[in-house]
Write a protein of this length. Structure first.
Length: 76
């Protein structure tokens, strides 16, 4: 089940609290403790190619866009 399917299901079950509780008890996707899906980019939400160093928590694409603003220089 993808994240979008998960959000759609919760939206549909909003009006049915008993069914929603049962669904959350048995079918909720587990929290990831390690692996590629455990960290997300704070800016765009991507999972892969994550830069944690210096507390950035950005994917590589967002880092390239924001590097100059953050004070990083590109050496040639």
């Amino acid at each position: 089940m993808t994240a979008s399917d998960w959000r759609k299901l919760l939206k549909q079950l909003k009006n049915k609290p008993a069914i929603m509780q049962r669904f959350l008890k048995y079918c909720k996707p587990k929290e990831r403790k390690f692996g590629i899906a455990s960290k997300k980019c704070e800016r765009c939400g991507r999972h892969g190619a994550h830069i944690n160093q210096y507390g950035l928590h950005l994917c590589r694409q967002c880092f390239r866009e924001m590097a100059e603003e953050l004070g990083f220089k590109k050496y040639n």
